[in-house]
Design a protein around this ligand. Structure first.
Ligand code: SAM
Length: 292
């Protein structure tokens, strides 16, 4: 039986991460759904997360910011007669996740449209909480990780992937470097919600310990990421990326054209028979819930 929606969820009501909810239910969600197979392929080498969670039969798993559900479905297969609940802010991405679980006949996977930061999970009701790049967008990460800790049983396992500093990620350095010649890159507040908000391992450790986790381990994971088959394919993707759309929102047509030409030229040396492949750098974070 799949995990049932928590009737209190509606009562929990408010979504504190309103900007993120708007983005993931708007253009960002549409973009991720349109490119879901590409994103899953880009992250396919990042199997470290599933290895680290080591879900076994009968376990109850929470997938935080589950998006289109690839990791939820993988965990559901490993959990056997256990259960997986994927929680996400994005209606469109959850639609994909539900279809995927149905297609794969995984009736032990359920999905909830909610904000993990405030969702009223039943206390101590999960053995494992996991996330593939879904934990960097909380406006109050201390509250969010405390909420996740409460949902885990004593000794329950937490494992997630988050990005290291943008400067260590060749995929972003290459694109941002090319764009910077044509548009001003905004100053980034490193701690603000966004893909690189957990780049600092000291910050991760402090947040997790304060939230009630112990045995925090933070391991670098560097894997090549295949952005697409060739330059035309990758440029279709790049043009629709949220970061790129935001940067070019006020640029005129000529500037936009030059900026995309520059990105294409910067990506060209990374094109080979294997596709367009660039380096990535993430942290694999694991921790254990201390006794409640
Ligand atoms: C970068 S995507 C990763 C999606 C998925 N884990 C994957 O690997 O394909 C980040 C996801 O986190 C979700 N998210 C961000 N903040 C959230 C929150 N406060 N509660 C629930 N989901 C959230 C977004 O809606 C989005 O689906």
């Amino acid at each position: 039986m799949p995990p049932q929606p928590d009737p209190d969820a509606a009562a929990a009501g408010s979504v504190p991460n309103t900007d993120q909810a708007d983005a993931w239910n708007g253009d960002d969600g549409r973009h991720w759904v349109a490119h879901r197979q590409r994103y899953d392929a880009m992250m396919r080498r990042l199997t470290h997360l599933l290895d680290a969670t080591a879900v076994s039969a009968g376990e109850r798993v929470l997938d935080i910011g589950c998006g289109s559900g690839e990791t939820s479905c993988a965990a559901a297969r490993a959990a056997g007669d256990g259960t997986v609940l994927g929680v996400d802010l994005s209606g469109p991405m959850l639609g994909e996740a539900r279809s995927r679980a149905e297609r794969e006949g995984l009736d032990n996977a359920g999905f909830e449209h909610s904000d993990v930061q405030v969702h009223r999970f039943a206390a101590a009701s999960y053995d494992v909480a996991m996330s593939r790049f879904g934990v960097m967008f909380f406006d109050d990460p201390a509250a969010a990780f405390a909420n996740i800790a409460r949902a885990l049983r004593s000794d329950g396992r937490l494992a997630f992937l988050c990005w290291q500093d943008a400067g260590r990620n060749e995929w972003i350095v290459t694109m941002a470097g090319a764009l910077a010649a044509h548009v001003a890159l905004p100053a980034v507040d490193g701690d603000a919600p966004g893909p690189f908000s957990l780049a600092d391992p000291d910050r991760i450790r402090e947040l997790l310990v304060r939230a009630g986790f112990a045995d925090v381990s933070i391991t670098p994971v560097a894997e090549p990421m295949r952005l697409g088959s060739d330059l035309d394919d990758v440029m279709d993707f790049v043009r629709d990326m949220g970061l790129v759309r935001t940067l070019l929102a006020d640029a005129d047509e000529a500037t936009t054209g030059k900026a995309f030409d520059a990105v294409r030229a910067a990506l060209a040396p990374h094109h080979s028979a294997d596709g367009v492949v660039l380096g990535s750098a993430a942290w694999l974070v694991t921790a254990r819930r201390t006794a409640a």
